[in-house]
Design a protein around this ligand. Structure first.
Ligand code: 0A1
Ligand code: ZN
Length: 881
């Protein structure tokens, strides 16, 4: 394991390598404990580099077996090899040579799941970001592009399937029950995109013909017997391939495209060229085992990895500081794909919810960093919501600022100009400047300044001149390492609404720049004045969530209710409703903490009822509106002095009031929404189920009985309804017979299905209140629990620490203490996983003083540990700083 060297890497220090590796040949002789890797590298010294410059290759935990230069064994004093580094001096004068390096690695004991490892007897690799150096010594950095040829040899019985990147070139039988395959990838790529998979797997195949007529063989490899569960992923893959041609003009560029699903994987999936490796969770689905959310996740992740073929692989990143170049852009592309496949507004609201739940707290806490960080200690800790989700929002803003045509023109130029490059954010911004003639230098601050800007907005309407004025002041709080910030270019999409939500078109706009329906805020404080407005309008601001900012506006409760009823933009409509509810929920949380009862006005109850029963609205949208902001949403709104028990009290009071007021009509709607015909994982069906399942929760509260949820659990013919009912039982009826009975039935039926059992662990880890900790401890001793499997660990420990507000943040600090001990155990096996889980404590300073002190103590316990991984050391020290 790599322990912390304390080294900090800086963007400013980027320097191209002294050597190039135009060709890489890898020869794997697979063995569970002793795999031999022979790498043959064609190396060239760059022009201008001194003839005596040494070649220094990266390694990580490597054992060197043999090394040859131009065919001759290297003498001991010609090189220095450590597990982490290989330095060779006295290289040929002309600077062109062949290096053969043989290493031995042990895939079986590799529990970090980077480099070459085994997952359920399948050999697989994970090389992003720096895993390739755990396989062989190399210039393991994203700007080192090489053409790879890979030969894999293994036992025929153990690994009938031998896959790598690119196209298949050769295969055959060998003696002693072994066989081999050769793969060649003609597209130069960085080492992080290398992949190998070998094992005994089932497959489903299909084909796709690209717009220009290339025939592509598609394969999705899964555990034997699970093939039918890969059909949805295959369908999503073909839709992704077609969509990228239609919307971005991007075609696939190899003869095969393979996807492999494995059960032990640190992340969601990986875009290795022509050979994507996936976490089972994002491939396998059927109605009986996967929820609508799982289906949507598969569609999105399959698309995401496929889209990386152009944004990430054909054009990669110059260095890891540019990670958002591939990730932000690819997330933007997968968001657009899902919006086109499903309901655009509902998809957008889900994105906004996700951004606020994950990215905003990151930006507001000690781990805040720019979309393009300028320094890091451990790159694995920068696969964050800021780089991915905020990175995507930045791309979306470019589109909003330039408009769809110029955005597409810029993207076309990006592909044309940078195909085959390892590019930078500057390159990306430049293509849009060149395509549009706009100056985006101020906009580029979005990549450099961390934190979520706030817009404070005031309004003024002058009846006499029929003029409406909006004044906006932007502010951005200091974040770690950035004390003063500059004003940014913020696109605020807007409409001015008159009676019944009619849009009032201004005759002209003065003051700051307004183009069509977008206010371009560029100064710290700016006024925008609209003439020809016949009545006092209600402004609908930040339509479509046009910028990742928070708003503080003068809108009254009446204005917000007006928007929630009438706004033609569903995102701002939902946003107005949420703002109204949040105001109530936070004030009640403070009352409950002060020992006073929650108060609820009829107006909110009436408004929620109107939305619930408005059949002109999409069911999925109604479900989103009826889902009361979560406990962590309320905590985020409060921002400080958080008491999760008071928040739960406030939230439950609102749910009870709404449930009791509308119980009769909710029951009727629940009955009417019952599924007709068989389950289909489409947007319409998912919307109906989502609405019905929100109603199930309200009704269970109103009826004070577990009967309805127990019946739905028993009768469900799909996992969405079954899991929702189980959730209501655990959340609302705790340790009751009905709940325990359902949990047992679920285990009896799905005990052999790891992905489904993850849901069983999650639902119990989320049980509210002090009892959750004992439940989690007990579940850790369950025979199906293992800290070796990331999905299972995330299901229990991750759900508890990042999803269970009251249970984890117990006032006596026992949740934190348990968590610290568990993180230290996980760190010994899988540092990346431990570090990611630990980010659950990033908002510790927002709690009330007693919890805050307990949290600090637990973080300090972790920090005091010697021999921490670099990953956890980095997170714990930044969290405490
Ligand atoms: N590039 C992948 C995510 C990924 C990142 C790191 C990994 O290991 C450390 C694995 C996967 C994606 O964006 O999907
Ligand atoms: Zn990605």
């Amino acid at each position: 394991m790599r322990t912390d060297t304390g080294q900090v890497f800086h963007l400013e220090d980027y320097k191209p390598t002294d050597f190039l590796i135009p060709e890489t040949h890898l020869d794997f002789s697979l063995h569970p404990e002793r795999t031999i890797v022979k790498s043959t590298l064609q190396i060239e010294r760059r022009e201008g580099v001194a003839a005596d410059a040494p070649l220094i290759l990266d390694g990580d935990d490597l054992k060197l077996v043999d090394i040859r230069l131009d065919g001759a064994v290297l003498g001991d004093n010609a090189y220095i090899a450590t597990p982490d580094r290989l330095e060779i001096r006295g290289l040929p004068e002309n600077g062109v040579f062949t290096l053969e390096i043989t290493t031995e690695i042990d895939p079986t004991t590799n529990r970090q799941l980077t480099g070459l490892y085994r997952s359920s007897d399948v050999y697989c690799t994970q090389c992003e970001a720096e895993g390739f150096r755990r396989i062989t010594y190399f210039l393991d950095r994203p700007d080192m592009l090489s053409v790879y040829t890979v030969r894999i040899e293994a036992e025929r019985n153990e690994a009938p399937l031998l896959l790598s990147n690119g196209n298949p070139k050769d295969k055959g039988k060998l003696t002693n029950g072994r066989h081999f395959a050769v793969w060649h990838d003609p597209h130069p790529k960085p080492a992080y995109l290398f992949a190998l998979v070998a094992g005994d797997l089932g497959v489903i195949t299909d084909t796709f013909t690209t717009a220009s007529g290339r025939h592509v063989d598609l394969g999705i490899y899964v555990e034997h017997g699970k093939e039918p569960r890969a059909l949805y992923a295959m369908d999503a893959l073909k839709r992704s391939m077609k969509w990228d041609e239609d919307v971005f003009g991007r075609e696939y560029d190899l003869d095969v495209f393979n996807v492999v699903a494995v059960s032990d994987f640190n992340m969601g999936a990986m875009e290795n060229k022509g050979l994507n490796v996936f976490n089972d969770k994002y491939v396998l689905a059927d109605p009986d085992t996967a929820t609508d959310t799982d289906y949507a996740g598969i569609e999105a992740v399959i698309a995401h990895e496929y889209f990386h073929n152009w944004t990430g692989n054909r054009i990669t990143c110059r260095d890891w500081f540019q990670l958002c170049l591939k990730e932000g852009l690819t997330v933007y592309r997968d968001h657009e794909f899902s919006a086109d496949m499903r309901s655009r507004a509902v998809k957008r609201i889900a994105e906004v919810k996700g951004l606020k739940a994950h990215q905003f707290p990151e930006d507001a806490g000690p781990l805040a960093h720019p979309v393009r960080p300028r320094q890091f200690r451990e790159i694995n800790n920068f696969y964050t919501s800021t780089v991915y989700e905020k990175g995507s929002e930045v791309v979306r803003m470019i589109r909003t600022i330039l408009g769809p045509e110029l955005f597409r023109k810029g993207m076309d130029l990006y592909f044309e100009r940078h195909d085959g490059d390892a590019a930078t954010i500057e390159d990306f911004i430049k293509v849009f400047e060149d395509a549009s003639g706009e100056d985006l230098s101020q906009f580029a601050l979005w990549y450099d300044q961390a934190g979520t800007p706030n817009l404070a907005i005031t309004y003024d309407y002058d009846q006499a001149t029929k003029t409406f004025e909006i004044e906006i002041e932007q502010s951005l709080k200091p974040t770690p390492g950035q004390t003063s910030k500059k004003p940014m270019h913020i696109p605020v999409q807007f409409a001015l609404l008159g009676a019944k939500g009619r849009e009032l078109k201004p005759r002209s706009a003065k003051g700051g720049l307004v183009k069509d329906d977008v206010i371009h805020l560029r100064k710290r404080k700016e006024r925008f004045s609209f003439s020809g407005i016949p009545e006092r309008p209600v402004p609908s601001l930040l339509r479509g969530f046009s910028a990742p900012v928070t708003l503080t506006s003068e809108l009254t409760r009446t204005d917000l209710a007006f928007l929630a009823r009438n706004d033609g933009d569903e995102v701002t409509r939902w946003q107005a409703l949420t703002q109204l509810l949040n105001a109530k929920l936070t004030s009640n949380a403070k009352r409950v903490r002060g020992g006073k009862p929650a108060t609820i006005e009829n107006s909110s109850i009436k408004l929620l009822g109107e939305i619930a029963f408005n059949v002109t609205l999409d069911e999925a949208f109604r479900a989103l509106c009826l889902s009361i902001p979560s406990e962590s949403d309320i905590a985020r709104e409060l921002g400080a002095n958080i008491d999760p028990d008071a928040i739960l009290g406030s939230r439950d009071a609102l749910i009870s009031a709404v449930a009791e007021a509308h119980a009769g009509k909710f029951a009727q709607a629940y009955a009417e929404l019952a599924q007709v015909g068989s389950f289909k994982p489409d947007a319409a069906g998912a919307g109906r189920r989502a609405l019905r399942n929100v109603l199930l929760d309200y009704l269970s509260v109103a009826e004070g009985s577990s009967k309805r949820a127990a019946a739905q659990f028993k009768n469900a013919d799909n996992m969405t309804d079954r899991a929702a009912a189980l959730g209501v039982l655990v959340q609302r009826f705790g340790d009751s017979d009905a709940t325990n009975h359902a949990l047992q039935a679920f285990e009896a039926r799905f005990g052999n299905d790891p992905l489904v059992m993850d849901k069983w662990f999650v639902v119990q880890a989320m049980q509210p209140g002090d009892g959750a900790l004992d439940k989690v401890r007990e579940l850790m001793t369950h025979q199906l629990f293992s800290l070796d499997n990331p999905n299972r660990t995330r299901a229990l420990i991750g759900a508890f620490s990042s999803g269970n507000q009251t249970g984890f943040n117990r006032a006596d600090g026992a949740g934190y203490k348990f968590f610290a001990e568990t993180i230290l155990t996980i760190d010994k096996k899988n540092p990346q996983l431990a570090a990611r889980l630990l980010t659950a404590m990033r908002s510790w300073r927002s709690f009330e003083p007693v919890r805050r002190e307990h949290a600090r103590e637990s973080l300090a316990t972790i920090a005091r540990e010697t021999g921490l991984s670099a990953d956890v050391r980095d997170i714990v020290e930044r969290t405490l700083a």
